[in-house]
Design a protein around this ligand. Structure first.
Ligand code: GDP
Ligand code: MG
Length: 598
């Protein structure tokens, strides 16, 4: 029957090892996309993904493959991101598949996220098909990589497909192996519908479009469905598959991966990980959902124009629909007005959300420096979660502060081990273990405060190892630390949005750096502005922004009206991102100054 001819799989790899290129080749060689429509990284549909050359969102597509056995197979290929911030996207796609293609770069070998992603696949009981890619590279060493996959990951790689996605080598073999090596889905058609929502997006005309993996039963237009967690019910208007554009179908059945629309306008009723069943014949139990992702990094997002506060909320709600890890609550700042404290999985996630808000929703934002969550026990034993540094209670009222730590795994060539350990030590890391990956590379593990990771750890790691180190981490728990809050005063006024929390031993240095940075970033005004860093009432660093009287345009002697207009325009646009705090104008960059260590 039909399920025997279905293969649902995802592609996992460390970033840049070639997932998206392999997906492109599969689309090409199965004639899913006409040659003239083919473009690189076809599944990376988001503008941002194409520009940065990274995959952010998972993408599912159906292709038809005529196998050597004379039968036609339906593949549902789910491309996934490789960056640590987006591993929740990976786990979502894995829950919709039976198999995973594991791509490893023939020159780089197993990297930190190779391991992390393969463990996610093994946790989901997926069959793994290893592919050693980029064998065309002069530095490729497929035999060494094959051995590494066996030694480090512990799966049989003797039959690994050797491929060059770039040159199309090994792709015909890969397509056959998907048929022979990966299992077909085995869902019961006769039982009530159970379908996993693994993603969804909002369409202005059709309402919410649900991306589903049908595990059991069958669903068709006209059916009344129920979302098991929220209880909401809708009438199905359309079902279909992406191939890669939407194609309507008469029904979706167990084993299928496809989309469903039901004029769902209320986006709060649909959550990724929820189970869709039929209202008339409901299933008894929902499918196991996803592990909810807890954001670990928080920042304040404020519309530069306060009148657009509601637009910001609506934009965040829409993004949240296909980004389960995004969280936000309203917040007010004396300096910035009304905005949201938004929770992210990491800095790249934050960066991506911020850019999407600006591009897709045309918002100008002022963002505060990211911070981790702290758990504070107060003198009266009350425990509070602090997501905004300015809300840290007075030192006299604090018994203890806990901060999140990560368990970090750093893979690096031998010659850089010293540099890595020195960096980790300096970032308050606690050494855990060191294992050899092969004769020339090691995997060093440390416990490190998350706040140090988001501060500048990754950049330093890359520069101290000439780009050779790869990093993966997971939250390991909360630990007590000697932390203090540093407040920033401009013109003797505390600016709440500039407060940050640091380890006491770094306080004096960071106070000095940030006041110097602010002096550079805040434009001179026609009065002198003292810039101070303080712990409680104690000033730990200070500097002054000198007064400046002249209008910038007075400097232009050419009298060229064009140039003058341009300058004024530039000034005006800069102003859009400035926030007047008291009588001082603060530009957006100043709120990020705390992240700047140079
Ligand atoms: P992803 O991050 O895993 O999706 O990786 P991409 O598919 O975006 O590929 C990352 C980079 O490697 C791109 O510049 C590709 O052109 C390149 N690439 C992919 N496959 C090959 C290959 O087989 N050989 C060579 N030389 N480069 C490749
Ligand atoms: Mg990609």
């Amino acid at each position: 029957e039909r399920q025997k001819h279905i293969r649902n799989f995802s592609i996992v790899a460390h970033i840049d090892h070639g997932k998206s290129t392999i997906a492109d080749r599969i689309l090409e060689q199965t004639h899913t996309v006409a040659e003239r429509d083919m473009q690189n990284q076809l599944l990376d549909t988001m503008e941002l993904e194409r520009e940065r050359g990274i995959t952010i969102k998972l993408n599912a597509v159906e292709v038809h493959y005529d196998a050597k056995d004379g039968e036609t197979y339906i593949f549902h290929l789910i491309d996934t991101p490789g960056h640590v911030d987006f591993s929740y996207e990976v786990s979502r796609s894995l829950a919709a598949a039976e198999g995973a293609i594991l791509v490893v770069d023939a020159a780089q070998g197993v990297e930190a996220q190779t391991l992390a992603n393969v463990y996610l696949a093994l946790d989901n009981d997926l069959e793994i098909l290893p592919v050693i890619n980029k064998i065309d590279l002069p530095a490729a060493d497929p035999e060494k990589v094959r051995q590494e996959i066996e030694d480090v990951i512990g799966i049989d790689a003797s039959e690994a497909v050797l491929a060059s996605a770039k040159q199309g080598i090994g792709i015909p073999e890969l397509l056959e192996r998907i048929v022979t090596d990966l299992p077909a889905p085995q869902g019961d058609l006769e039982v009530p519908l159970r379908a996993l929502i693994f993603d969804s997006e909002y369409d202005a005309y059709r309402g919410v479009v649900l991306n589903l993996r049908i595990k059991e039963g069958i669903v068709k237009p006209g059916d009344r469905i129920r979302l098991m967690n929220t209880g909401a019910e809708y009438d199905v208007t359309e079902v279909g598959v992406m191939s890669p554009d939407a194609q309507k179908r008469d029904y979706l059945m167990a084993g299928d991966v496809g989309y469903l629309t039901a004029s769902i306008k209320d986006i709060t009723t649909t959550h990724s990980g929820d189970t869709v069943t039929l209202a008339t014949h409901p299933a008894e139990e929902p499918l196991p959902g996803y592990r909810p992702m807890t954001p670990m990094v928080y920042a304040g997002l404020y519309p530069a124009d306060n009148a657009r506060y509601t637009d910001l909320r609506e934009a965040l709600e829409k993004l949240q629909l296909n980004d389960a890890a995004l969280e936000f609550i309203p917040e007010t700042s004396q300096a910035l007005g009304f905005g949201y404290r938004v929770g992210f999985l990491g800095l790249l996630h934050m960066d991506v959300i911020q850019e999407r808000l600006e591009r897709e929703f045309n918002l100008d934002l002022v963002t505060t420096a990211p911070s981790v969550t702290y758990q504070v026990t107060k003198s009266d034993d009350e425990v509070v979660e602090i997501e905004n540094p300015s809300e840290l209670p007075e030192a006299s009222q604090i018994k203890s502060i806990l901060e999140p730590y990560v368990h970090a795994s750093i893979m690096v060539p031998n010659e850089y081990v010293g540099a890595v350990m020195e960096l980790a030590q300096r970032k308050r890391g606690e050494f855990d273990t060191m294992d050899y990956l092969d004769a020339s590379r090691v995997n060093v593990k440390y416990y490190i405060p998350l706040s140090e990771i988001i501060f500048d750890f990754f950049d330093r790691l890359k520069s101290n190892t000439r780009g050779y180190a790869s990093l993966d981490y997971e939250i390991s728990g909360m630990r007590q630390s000697d932390l203090v809050k540093i407040d920033i005063l401009l013109n003797s006024e505390k600016v709440d949005a500039l407060s940050f929390i640091v380890h006491r031993t770094f306080a004096a240095e960071r106070g000095r750096i940030i006041t110097a940075k602010l002096k550079e970033l805040i434009p001179r005004q026609n009065f002198e502005i003292p810039v101070q860093a303080a712990i409680g009432s104690k000033i730990i660093a200070r500097t002054n922004i000198k007064a400046y009287r002249k209008d910038v345009t007075s400097k232009i002697h050419t009298g060229d009206p064009d140039r003058r207009a341009k300058l004024l325009d530039k000034q005006k646009r800069g102003k859009a991102r400035m926030k007047a705090v008291g009588i001082v104008d603060i530009p957006q960059e100043a709120f990020m100054a705390v992240l700047n260590t140079d």
